[in-house]
Design a protein. Structure first.
Length: 92
């Protein structure tokens, strides 16, 4: 586990609450660790309910766009086609 940056007692309580509320999401996706949930909580202004919605939206986006397979099912042709105009040298 990463050490969380400067967390006060109020944030600790809210983070623990958020972790409980999204436990189903964090079990399915290890990317939702405490540091990321803290970022989501802070982005939601400390509102646990809003942070839960944001975490669930991010998880839905991840599932809808099959992000778990992004690196294992790389489509090099599509990658080259999309980036060709920006890579005049032909690549890296």
């Amino acid at each position: 586990d990463l050490k969380l940056p400067g967390v006060n007692s109020d944030e600790e309580e809210k983070l623990a609450s958020l972790q409980q509320r999204v436990a189903d999401v964090t079990r399915a996706c290890p990317r939702f660790e405490a540091d990321r949930l803290l970022r989501i909580l802070r982005a939601a202004g400390g509102n646990v309910q809003e942070a839960e919605q944001r975490a669930r939206q991010a998880d839905k986006f991840r599932k809808d766009h099959d992000m778990d397979c992004a690196l294992s099912h790389w489509d090099l042709e599509a990658y080259e086609e999309c980036l060709q105009p920006w890579w005049p040298s032909g690549g890296f």
